[in-house]
Design a protein around this ligand. Structure first.
Ligand SMILES: [Fe+2]
Length: 301
């Protein structure tokens, strides 16, 4: 029988005064991906795990997936306060862990699946052109130009677009190589660390969307994500996430972060509104270039 999260349960996250390391006795070990201690939030593995599907002709999951040794606060001045990042070392996963993290065949679940797919080089070049046209139109307040760019992008990304409802380009992002996490806060420019996105809240289109990120750079990059649905854990409300996300990581410093390698020409699809995540450019020698769009994406069998 499916358990539901008790009303008000999330209020136990009230850690407004908590500082890193000042929460003795709160640590809950997450001992493995299949037998974790998240039931207190109403979490059920079968329903609330976020699993990966790799397009069948690409590098298999076991070669591209790594897991962190937990999470840690960062005192790096490039980060905002209370930011959390994955902790080294990155290790390979054993067969049982891979099995629990591999998305089952069959229906695509936009809310609970991460996908890895690939676009041909001809699509890359066009995506760069369209992204630049989009940026120019957006900056010039040219609504018609924005519409054209969005329409062109939807065609180019169409192979993995389940519907055009809610589709919208976010744009091209260039990031430095060698970063554990890459996303800055718009207001301050400081790196934000592991986070959930709020596009559906701040620019609603009437339905939930996920996101695609196409690696248009010369080197590999990675998607980082926590394989536990953040909505189940009470971490997706933008009014409280600045307190609750640090609170969650303080209580669960062994929380695993997965690192999914995305090679040039490949893309990730992820429910970034519903999973703690960020990008990662460790090991990359070149500037990272990634095109992002929101919409309803998926890899169907
Ligand atoms: Fe994000």
């Amino acid at each position: 029988m499916a358990a539901s999260r008790p009303e008000g349960k999330a209020s136990e996250f009230h850690l407004d005064d908590a500082r890193w390391g000042d929460a003795p006795g709160m640590e809950k070990l997450i001992d493995s991906f299949g037998r974790n201690d998240l039931k207190q939030y109403g979490f059920e593995w079968e329903r609330d795990a976020v699993r990966v599907r790799v397009q069948s002709d690409l590098m298999p999951l076991d070669e591209r997936l790594r897991v962190s040794n937990g999470v840690r606060p960062t005192n790096d001045p490039r980060y905002r306060s209370h930011a959390s990042v994955p902790m080294r070392p990155w290790r390979t996963l054993d067969a049982a862990e891979l099995e629990t993290l591999c998305a089952p065949p069959g229906q695509w679940d936009m809310r609970r699946m991460v996908g890895v797919c690939r676009f041909p080089p001809s699509v890359h070049r066009e995506l760069v052109r369209v992204a630049l046209a989009y940026a120019n139109s957006f900056n010039a307040h040219d609504g018609q130009g924005v519409d054209v760019a969005n329409r062109d992008a939807a065609v180019l990304l169409g192979e993995y677009l389940l519907t055009r409802e809610g589709f919208g380009l976010i744009g091209l992002a260039a990031r430095d190589p060698g970063l554990v996490t890459v996303t800055p806060r718009i207001e301050t420019g400081l790196l934000t660390g592991l986070h959930v996105d709020g596009w559906d809240t701040f620019r609603p289109v009437g339905l939930a969307t996920n996101r695609v990120g196409v690696n248009l750079g010369k080197g590999s990059r990675s998607l980082l994500y926590v394989p536990f649905a953040a909505d189940t854990l009470g971490l997706t409300d933008h009014k409280t996430w600045d307190q609750r996300i640090p609170g969650f990581f303080t209580a669960h410093p062994q929380c695993p972060v997965l690192r999914v390698r995305i090679d040039p020409g490949e893309a990730y699809i992820a429910p970034t509104e519903l999973a703690l995540h960020d990008g990662n450019t460790e090991g990359n020698q070149a500037i990272d270039v990634c095109l992002h769009a929101r919409g309803q994406f998926g890899i169907t069998d």
